[in-house]
Design a protein around this ligand. Structure first.
Ligand code: B12
Length: 273
């Protein structure tokens, strides 16, 4: 942060900067402590190094994060995640968050383009299918780890059920929806890939979600997916839960059910929903 140790000590003593004191009296700082501090002291953000600078590559990366050069960051994260360099890809996620980018912007401006680029590279035959999997799984890990350092409100404002359909494996978008809503203060029910619609009414009875977010990317059997979707909407309506939908699958699925509040396109939309 380009400040001397005595300033850091002073800030911890007057409560400006949180820390944990060990039994031996040492101060320990988590990413969360630093993120909270930077959020309320924006002028300091500009001088902060977001991670230890150990090489020219680190310096270039830190400067591109602070400048918000997303073209550079998209290329960098795509490459590092294909190489399974989790720590390097993670630096960008955490660095952007520490640099005060809202989570939904990191998802809209970095993760979505990286996933699309990964798909394009595979389609053009520039990377193998396994490398495509490396990229998407590294990104998934980075998302989860970033969420681990983010402070989510302990007071909940509602319960959101996030799901994808029984034929679907594409769960990165809905995982990001989950995280944005968790940060807003929702308790999240996340059922992951290939959620069966069988006995789903029990979930509504037991957990009583007041919102349902459904992502559909691929539709292999239109009639089946439509029937599952209609069933969920019907049950949601019976439990007064509002439904939000997203994903290209809704180009072919009719979502005009009265339970559906609206179709969302970006993670900013989710944040504002
Ligand atoms: C990663 C990936 C996979 C991974 C998924 C891993 C995982 N855990 O998610 C694996 C390898 C498993 C996979 C499998 C398959 N995949 Co795939 N996959 C992709 C890839 C590269 C990225 C998808 C992704 O996560 N994108 C990131 C999200 C954030 O972006 P998005 O999906 O465009 O969503 C945007 C919006 O729609 C919105 N959004 C999406 N959902 C929601 C929900 C809400 C509530 C909101 C608000 C917004 C929202 O957010 C995004 C922001 O704009 C895409 C390529 C691409 N261009 O997307 C192909 C792609 C989606 N796959 C495709 C295909 C064909 C398949 C397979 C059939 C391949 C095969 N032959 O086996 C299987 C299908 C498996 C199945 N039954 O689901 C096609 C789909 C084409 C089509 N007809 O629609 C694509 C487009 C690739 C291509 N160009 O051919 N895939």
């Amino acid at each position: 942060m380009n400040v001397n140790v005595s300033s850091v000590k002073r800030w911890t003593e007057d409560g400006t900067l949180e820390c944990v004191k060990t039994a031996g009296g040492h101060r320990k700082f988590t990413m969360q402590h630093l993120a909270n501090y930077l959020k309320t002291h924006e002028s300091k953000t500009k001088k902060a190094n977001l991670f230890p600078i150990e090489s020219d590559e680190d310096l270039e990366l830190s400067s591109n994060i602070l400048k918000g050069d997303f073209d550079f960051l998209i290329d960098y994260v795509t490459e590092q995640s294909r190489l399974c360099n989790r720590d390097r890809a993670q630096r960008v996620f955490n660095g952007l968050y520490m640099g005060q980018y809202p989570l939904h912007q990191i998802y809209d401006r970095l993760v979505t383009p990286v996933m699309h680029k990964n798909g394009d590279l595979w389609e053009q035959g520039e990377i193998s299918i396994t490398e495509g999997h490396f990229t998407s799984q590294t990104i998934r890990d980075c998302l989860i780890r970033l969420q681990g350092i983010i402070h989510t409100p302990s007071k909940k404002i509602g319960t959101a059920f996030c799901l994808i359909m029984s034929q679907e494996l594409h769960d990165v978008a809905i995982k990001m929806v989950d995280h944005v809503l968790e940060l807003k203060g929702y308790k999240i029910l996340f059922s992951g890939q290939m959620t069966p619609s069988m006995k789903i009414e029990k979930i509504f009875e037991i957990y009583q979600p007041d919102r349902v977010y459904i992502s559909i990317t691929i539709v292999t059997d239109v009639n089946l997916t439509q029937a599952e979707f209609d069933k969920i909407c019907y049950i949601a309506a019976a439990h007064n839960a509002r439904v939000f939908v997203g994903g290209r699958g809704f180009d072919v699925i009719d979502f005009s059910h009265p339970a559906v509040e609206k179709r969302l396109y970006t993670f900013e939309d989710v944040f504002l929903s």
